[in-house]
Design a protein around this ligand. Structure first.
Ligand SMILES: C[S@@+](CC[C@H](N)C(=O)[O-])C[C@H]1O[C@@H](n2cnc3c(N)ncnc32)[C@H](O)[C@@H]1O
Ligand SMILES: [Zn+2]
Length: 165
C-alpha cells in the first residue's frame, strides 16, 4: 500500500503507528482515512473472527463504520494527548493536525471522539501521556475540559456529539 504523501508507518510505542515525514501546522489536513464502509453487524462479526480488525474500525455515522484494512488508517494509534483529530466532511473522515506536528512525530488521535454512547468497545491505554485516562471509553466519559477543547477543534463529529447532549 503506498502511504499518503508526507506519512509513513513505523514501529512506535504501541506496535506500528503513523509517522510524519514532514512538518504539519496546527489545523492542517493530514490525510483522508480511507476504507470500506461496513455495518455494525459486520463489526460484531469481526469481534468473533478477527478482533484486531474489529478494534481498527472507525465509527463513521450512526449506523456505519469504516474498516481501514489495507489502508494507513489501520495504523492510527490513540493518545490521550493527541496531535491530530478526525473531522467528518461530507461522507469522508479526514485526519487533521490539532497541534503542530514535526517530522518524525507519531500522528495520533483520541479514539473516544468516535465512540458513541452505544459503543461498548474499551481499550486499556498505554499512550504514556501525563494526562493518560488509562482506559479509553466513550466520548461521554471524556473529561469536561478535553470534550470542550475537542468541540472547539471540531474533532467530535456531529453524530457523536448529538448523543452527548
Ligand atoms: C488502528 S490499530 C493501530 C495499529 C497497531 N498499533 C498495530 O501495530 O497494528 C489500533 C490498535 O493499536 C493498539 N493501540 C493503539 N493505541 C494504543 C494505546 N494508546 N494504548 C494501547 N494500545 C494501543 C490497540 O491494540 C488498538 O486496538
Ligand atoms: Zn492514554
Amino acid at each position: 500500500m503506498p502511504y499518503p504523501k508526507g506519512l509513513t508507518v513505523r514501529p512506535v510505542r504501541n506496535g506500528h503507528g503513523i509517522v510524519a515525514l514532514k512538518n504539519f501546522k496546527a489545523g492542517a489536513f493530514i490525510c483522508e482515512i480511507k476504507g470500506q464502509i461496513v455495518t455494525p453487524q459486520t463489526v460484531w462479526r469481526y469481534w468473533e473472527t478477527d478482533p484486531r480488525r474489529g478494534a481498527n474500525c472507525f465509527r463513521s455515522s450512526p449506523e456505519r463504520y469504516l474498516d481501514p484494512e489495507g489502508e494507513i488508517g489501520a495504523y492510527a494509534n490513540h493518545s490521550c494527548n493527541p496531535n491530530a483529530g478526525i473531522v467528518k466532511q461530507g461522507r469522508k473522515l479526514l485526519l487533521k493536525a490539532i497541534t503542530p506536528i514535526a517530522r518524525g512525530d507519531e500522528v495520533t488521535h483520541d479514539y473516544s471522539t468516535l465512540l458513541g454512547t452505544d459503543d461498548v468497545w474499551r481499550m486499556c491505554c498505554n499512550c504514556g501521556a501525563a494526562n493518560c485516562r488509562r482506559v479509553v471509553k466513550t466520548a461521554a466519559a471524556l473529561p469536561a475540559a478535553a470534550l470542550a477543547r475537542y468541540r472547539k477543534l471540531r474533532v467530535i463529529p456531529a453524530f457523536i456529539d448529538v448523543m452527548l447532549r
